[in-house]
Design a protein around this ligand. Structure first.
Ligand code: PBG
Ligand code: ZN
Length: 319
């Protein structure tokens, strides 16, 4: 076997590669900001104001980025998440601004309510006292409205992340009825209730004020359930499935890959911050660990990777 590892033979036999086209960069747009602000729990990442967002996207396009996913922080939150589908909401404005400057950039939007609801949950809550929970069927029309408003503003791909039952089918139907047959659905099909989302909730100001997300996000102990979720979303019309988080869930990724449609993996905020913390302390080589983590995600079967390291990786790929 060592003949295959002769130095000049190694690249010839390399089975997986990170390409610029694989990377999707998450961008935070905050309607309350005038100027970009660093995200404390994610060193090296920033929240941008609405008027800066197209400039940032252009900077990324120049180094070869093909796709972004947008997360919005609105001025106003209420208990129905109404600013999530406002025609002049933070995401809707941002899409139009990016589209104007960069018609070729693929714009993906997160379709969820947690940044827009007062209590920080991903949809409409119902019940009383200690039994307050997300109401599945009351939340579906909200998700349809959000997805439709993103499509109208020019989104190429909508990504429902609330883990509601039937959300892919509802969104597909309402997009088709409104004439947006060409808009793709990237479903957060197996999204685990993970402690790795902590830094994101800080960045997106989307922490919940009671309960947790375990009644809609999945139990980290479950693999069969993840496959069921993914197959259902495929049957409901998802174009791309997603596994989230990535690194702790590579087994899930490789089984979801077998469904046979494209799969994205989300290397989430906590994965980013853990790597950053160790490398900022000089405990680990950042570039080496980032490339190793990304190639492992590809090896497990990801076609696309959402990662906060995208900007650094794009620069490294040019060296
Ligand atoms: C919202 C959403 C979350 C993430 C993406 N979309 C957080 C959550 O469920 O609380 C997490 C992304 C990350 O941690 O980088 N539904
Ligand atoms: Zn959410």
């Amino acid at each position: 076997m060592r003949r295959q590892r002769r130095r000049k033979i190694i690249p010839l036999l390399q089975e997986n590669w990170i390409r610029k086209e694989d990377l999707i960069y998450p961008l935070f747009v905050d309607e309350n900001l005038e100027k970009c602000e660093p995200i404390k729990s994610m060193p090296g990442q920033f929240s941008y104001s609405v008027h800066e967002i197209a400039g940032k996207a252009e900077e990324l396009a120049l180094i070869g980025l093909k796709a972004v996913i947008l997360f919005g922080i609105p001025k106003n939150k209420d208990n129905t998440g109404s600013s999530a589908y406002n025609e002049d909401g933070v995401i809707q404005k941002s899409i139009r601004l990016i589209k104007e400057k960069l018609p070729e950039m693929v714009i993906i939007t997160d379709v969820c309510a947690c940044e827009y609801t007062e209590n920080g949950h991903c949809g409409i809550t119902a019940g009383c006292h200690d039994s307050i929970d997300l109401d599945n069927d009351l939340s579906l029309p909200l998700m349809e409205k959000i997805a439709l408003s993103h499509a109208k503003a020019g989104a190429d791909i909508v990504a429902p992340s609330s883990m509601l039952d039937g959300v892919v089918m509802s969104i597909r139907k309402s997009l088709d009825l409104a004439g947006f047959q060409e808009v793709l659905i990237l479903s957060y099909s197996s999204k685990f209730a993970s402690a790795l989302y902590g830094p994101f909730r800080d960045a997106a100001k989307s922490g919940f004020s009671f309960g947790d997300r375990t009644t809609y996000q999945m139990n980290p102990a479950n693999a069969r359930e993840a496959l069921m979720e993914s197959e259902l979303d495929f049957k409901e019309g998802a174009d791309i499935l997603m596994v989230k988080p990535a690194s702790f869930y590579l087994d899930i990724l490789s089984s979801v890959k077998k469904i046979g449609i494209p799969v994205a993996a989300y290397q989430v905020s906590g994965e980013y911050s853990m790597i950053k913390a160790a490398s900022m302390n000089g405990w680990i080589n950042e570039r080496a660990i980032v490339m190793e983590s990304l190639i492992s995600i590809k090896r497990a079967g990801a076609d696309l990777i959402l990662t906060y390291f995208a900007e650094e990786v794009l620069r490294w790929l040019d060296e």
